[in-house]
Design a protein around this ligand. Structure first.
Ligand code: PEP
Ligand code: MN
Length: 340
């Protein structure tokens, strides 16, 4: 059950609600976000919300049977929109395209990528400056200086930045230069990181864990939300299965399931999902038709020379063709939705 509190509620009224909850064998945890003040209530008994509804200081009460609460669509029926400013919104019913290199490699690469994105009507760029690599000897990113360089160019050009934060200590130094903090698949259940991102008033995109279930992804989002940050995006990026023909198994089942279970926007990363350049195209179009709010994919002027993940990276020509096809596919999806 979620009780939305009046932001002007008195301590006395709050105590009265907590007392009544106690009598009904419910425990309330207060959650204050950028948008609202809530009591997330957990209890074993079936409750008649009229036993609470009359108490002063309550705006509304919803029963939420899911174990995750604040991210559940049973609580919030309307889809959440993530406003990145300057008219860039994710989850508003439009289709968001985000692309960029796996790793930020230098000014020339950033400028070329931004030029390509702008020519193709894309205003969100992805890129890593802190890279989680399987081998400690691989390129591990340009770090904070790379992020500052990228930010300066991106701001000049009106491009938003999505980049991975790997640990709590990086949040503060990255904060001024980031539009969306990405939580990588290896960190989906780094609960300390999720707690800290709850205190941040910037969007957070959480990737599904390498062997994570859909429910675990929702719980990870619940951590950030209950920490105070409602600006959340979920990302299906493939899971590890017994299949060896692809890098991961892109679980497109997750898209309609997540769209049903949560009010948060859902995007798909087909690059890591399948891991093979030639098939990124098909899986992106499938993601559009599965109902995703957007796609995030890897591009590079010369993929064979990319510092990381070249094998799954598109060149600009392939990227432009994919963007055109995704826009057409999305128009078709809208047509289908109108017919239904
Ligand atoms: C990435 O986006 O480059 C990345 C490392 O993704 P993931 O965490 O999904 O592996
Ligand atoms: Mn990558």
């Amino acid at each position: 059950m979620i009780i939305q509190l009046d932001p002007a509620i008195s301590e006395e009224a709050k105590a009265k609600i907590t007392d009544t909850l106690g009598q009904l064998k419910f425990k309330g945890t207060e959650v204050k976000t950028q948008i609202g003040d809530y009591l997330v209530c957990i209890g074993k008994t079936n409750i008649d919300i009229r036993q609470l509804g009359f108490l002063p200081g309550i705006i509304d009460i919803h029963k939420v049977s899911d174990d995750y609460k604040l991210v559940s669509r049973k609580w919030k029926v309307n889809s959440t929109k993530i406003d990145l400013g300057d008219g860039v919104v994710i989850g508003d019913g439009s289709f968001s395209i985000m692309a960029g290199p796996c790793s930020i490699e230098g000014e020339e690469n950033v400028r070329a990528t931004i030029k390509h994105l702008k020519e193709n009507g894309v205003n969100i760029m992805r890129g890593g400056v802190f890279k989680p690599r399987s081998s400690p000897y691989s390129f591990r990113g340009m770090g904070i200086d790379g992020l500052k360089m990228w930010y300066n160019i991106a701001r000049e050009e009106g491009i938003k930045i999505v980049t991975e934060v790997m640990q709590v200590s990086q949040i503060e130094e990255m904060y001024p230069y980031v539009d969306v903090f990405q939580v990588g698949a290896r960190n989906t259940q780094n609960f300390n990181l999720l707690d800290e991102l709850g205190k941040v008033d910037k969007a957070v995109m959480i990737k599904r864990g390498i062997s994570g279930t859909i429910e675990e992804l929702l719980y990870s989002a619940e951590y950030v939300f209950s920490g105070g940050n409602e600006k959340l995006i979920l990302c299906e990026r493939g899971i590890r299965t017994y299949e060896k023909a692809s890098r991961n198994t892109l679980d497109l089942n997750a898209v309609p399931i997540l769209k049903d279970k949560t009010h948060l926007p859902v995007v798909v990363d087909p690059s890591h999902g399948i891991g093979i350049r030639d098939y990124v195209d098909s899986m992106s179009l499938a993601a559009v038709m599965a109902g995703a709010d957007g796609v995030i994919f890897e591009i590079h002027p010369l993929p064979e020379k990319a510092a990381s993940d070249g094998q799954q990276t598109l060149d600009f020509q392939q990227s432009a063709a994919l963007i055109r096809k995704m826009k057409k596919t999305y128009a078709l999806r809208e047509e289908f939705e109108m017919v239904v």
